[in-house]
Write a protein of this length. Structure first.
Ligand SMILES: Nc1ncnc2c1ncn2[C@@H]1O[C@H](COP(=O)(O)OP(=O)(O)OP(=O)(O)O)[C@@H](O)[C@H]1O
Ligand code: NI
Length: 343
């Protein structure tokens, strides 16, 4: 038994070179994924979740993308220096991806059966008949009715939700050690969603698969996550066990996200918008929207992630040096001049 993490991301920085300037989409993100562990990436739209997932095996178009601070170690192997051929070998075999957009993941000119068999053939030496049998099993596993006949249909003959299931089946074709699933169940109804999540769980139990699960749905996070990574504007704001995050959220951003959950104080989205990824503000990237922000939050770098409890860390100046709660500034008028001081 090895105790090394399955995947270790250290100071990942992924930038895009655009006509308007450099987009710092992911700016110093670090976390580990252990075998059998589900790590959920959460955060508002544009936080850098997808770019983080796609940086692992360099699925991004380079250029415009560039991996600046580049340390991704998968099962002891440095993917930062791995060749393109090696990365292709790992993708779809030991590392499976479910993309946020299923349309882009399927080729309209081939049947879904052909595409799943290709995914198997590329990495396994099996007969055509075996690959076909396996493809049918995979389609059944993700809840496609009459998989034996549906396998010969083309992508356009499937509804959006069905296409998404095909994409999930493809990602699972080679029993990956690591599954990176980007909003995999968003297009699906809750019954199928539950069925797919159950399938992930089974594979986890069977093969000790590690999962990076990207989602907006904090209800799913509460259900499936072991560890939660809260991202905002390319940075990790907080990281901890699912219990830490839901029962003891430390960063004001995490609290604000949780407050948007049904049954909590409000259903309103967090006021304000993400800062420009080209010219992010100094200090904490959340300070312009933070009700706890004080002068010291406006300058310098994003505060380091400081440890609150075993493995529970948050990036907030008010929580440094072992303090484990925020100062009592909420509600204090003009604690944060950006918010207009409670007028
Ligand atoms: N090809 C690209 N060129 C320039 N900027 C990009 C590119 N791809 C992503 N970005 C930018 O990188 C940042 C992070 O995007 P990303 O897609 O990772 O966010 P996300 O957290 O996955 O959001 P969502 O929840 O909407 O999927 C955004 O500011 C986005 O505009
Ligand atoms: Ni995304």
């Amino acid at each position: 038994m090895t105790t090394e993490p399955l995947l270790s991301i250290q100071n990942l920085r992924t930038h895009f070179h655009t006509d308007d300037g450099v987009v710092e989409a992911v700016d110093g993100v670090s976390f580990d994924v252990n075998r059998g562990e589900t790590v959920c990436l959460v955060g508002e739209s544009g936080s850098g979740k997808t770019v983080t997932g796609e940086s692992v095996t360099k699925l991004l178009p380079m250029p415009p993308a560039e991996l600046v601070g580049d340390s991704v170690v998968f099962d002891g192997e440095d993917l930062g220096t791995a060749s393109d051929a090696r990365l292709r070998e790992l993708r779809g075999d030991r590392i499976g991806h479910v993309f946020q957009n299923p349309e882009g993941a399927l080729n309209p000119v081939y049947t879904v059966g052909y595409q799943i068999r290709e995914a198997i053939d590329a990495h396994r030496d099996v007969s055509k008949a075996t690959a076909r049998r396996r493809a049918i099993d995979l389609l059944e596993d993700v809840g496609i009715p009459e998989a034996t006949t549906r396998i010969d249909d083309y992508p356009h003959e499937f509804s959006g939700g069905m296409k998404q299931r095909v994409v999930i089946a493809m990602a699972l074709a080679c029993d990956p050690d690591l599954l990176i699933a980007d909003e995999p169940t968003t297009a699906l109804d809750v019954t199928i969603e539950a069925q797919i999540l159950e399938r992930f769980r089974e594979l986890q139990a069977e093969y000790d698969m590690g999962i990076i699960f990207i989602t907006h749905d904090l209800g799913i996070v509460a259900e499936i996550a072991d560890t939660v990574v809260v991202m905002y504007a390319g940075k990790v704001m907080e990281i901890g066990s699912v219990e830490d995050i839901f029962e003891n959220p430390a960063h004001p951003y995490t609290k604000a996200l949780l407050d948007c959950l049904p049954g909590r104080s409000g259903l309103e989205p967090i006021p304000g918008t993400l800062p420009s990824p080209i010219d992010p503000p100094a200090g904490c990237r959340f300070h312009e929207r933070c009700e706890y922000a004080t002068e010291e939050c406006h300058a310098g770098e994003q505060p380091p992630l400081s440890e609150l409890r075993d493995g529970h860390r948050a990036s907030c100046v008010h929580l440094c040096e072992g303090a484990d709660s925020l100062p009592d500034v909420a509600g204090t008028p003009d604690a944060n001049p950006h918010l207009g001081g409670g007028q």
